[in-house]
Structure formats: C-alpha cells, structure tokens
Design a protein around this ligand. Structure first.
Ligand SMILES: [Zn+2]
Length: 204
C-alpha cells in the first residue's frame, strides 16, 4: 500500500493566507529541559492556517462547529482530479471529468507547485461549486488556503456547505496523480471551532 501525506508542515515561515502575519503559527517553549527537566511548548495558531477543515460555523452564523462533523465522513474513498494548467475551476473544467454522485472530490491545481502564498491562487469558482453540489458530493478538498477568492458573499463556501458537504483547504498534492484513493482526514476535535487543522493522508 502506498501512503501519501498531503498535509502542510506547520512552522513560522509556512505560507499563510494573504501573508497576514497574525495567521502565522507561534510556537513558544514554556518549559525547557535545562530548567525544568522536560521540554514543553504551546502553540498559537489560526484554525484556518495550513491544512484544515472548515466547519459550517465559518460561513454561517449559527452553523455547526467542527466537533459536530461526523468523522466517518472524512474517512472515505476520494477522487483526485488533475486540474493543473487552469486559472480557476469552473463547471466547464469539471464537466469533462468523471465525477460520481455522492463522491469526495480533491482538486489538484498549479497551487501544489508553489511554496509561497500567491494572491492569484487557483480556486473553485461558483459555477464549479454549483456543479459539484448538484452531484451531491460528500466533500471537496483543494490545494489552496482558501477554496475561493474575490467572490462577493462567498458563494462557493455557501453552496458547498449548504449542501451538507465538507471543505478541506491547504492540501499539498504535487506527488499525487489523478485517480481514486482512500482518504483519512482527521481534524482536531476543537469544541466550538469554526475550523480545525487536520492531518490528511491518502492511500492507494
Ligand atoms: Zn478555512
């Protein structure tokens, strides 16, 4: 069995959304081996930094928080679609792919080949989101820190989440070829969280 880790490493120089300083993780040593006989650290990090899962609460005032997402929905077969070479993922790009109803879809784009935050990142455009929602997908993952950009009112988030589907952002898919995989996406169980960092593994 091949095992692929498609999560981002968490460190202070990692790419963060719009390069906003406050979104950088801050790791602080609070006990040291020299003084306390053990090393112990704490971390201060935005829940949407790095590879993470959005909870409905992220875009809906009274939406469910992350602990309410059924983890069984995140241990599932999924299909990686190779969408490299395009600027945004619209219905037209998705229509030519074979996407089964109620499947979990992972969008691999040029984002996976860039290690810096790029303001022009490839995103799921609203017509693409509607197309996936009409197929009743279980969820969608993308290799961008945001699944959409520059769309007033966040129609992509709203369409996907309103349809009961899950959004995973910040995947790293450079090594992953188009095809079917088993996915294990495990968000930290942060009660009340509007999202949570996750380690995401694909196997084949
Ligand atoms: Zn997010």
């Amino acid at each position: 069995m091949e095992i692929y880790d498609v999560s981002m490493a968490i460190h202070k120089n990692m790419p963060v959304y719009k390069n906003i300083e406050s979104k950088r993780p801050f790791l602080k040593r609070v006990k040291s081996f020299e003084e306390d006989g053990i090393n112990e650290s704490e971390i201060n990090m935005n829940l949407h930094t790095g590879t993470h899962i959005d909870a409905p609460l992220h875009v809906f005032k009274d939406g469910d928080s992350i602990e309410k997402i059924d983890i069984k929905k995140l241990i599932t077969k999924c299909k990686v679609l190779d969408l490299t070479g395009i600027k945004m993922v619209t219905e037209d790009e998705l229509k030519v792919k074979e996407i089964e109803k109620e499947s979990f879809v992972i969008l691999k784009t040029d984002n996976s080949y860039r290690d810096e935050f790029n303001a022009e990142f490839v995103f799921l455009e609203k017509s693409g989101a509607k197309y996936l929602a009409d197929l009743n997908i279980k969820g969608v993952g993308i290799d961008a820190l945001g699944i959409e950009r520059g769309q007033i009112g966040h129609p992509t988030h709203n369409t996907i989440i309103n349809n009961g589907a899950i959004i995973i952002e910040g995947l790293r898919l450079k090594e992953i070829k188009e095809g079917e995989y088993m996915m294990y996406a495990l968000p930290l169980n942060i009660v009340g969280g509007d999202g949570a960092p996750a380690r995401v593994i694909l196997t084949k």
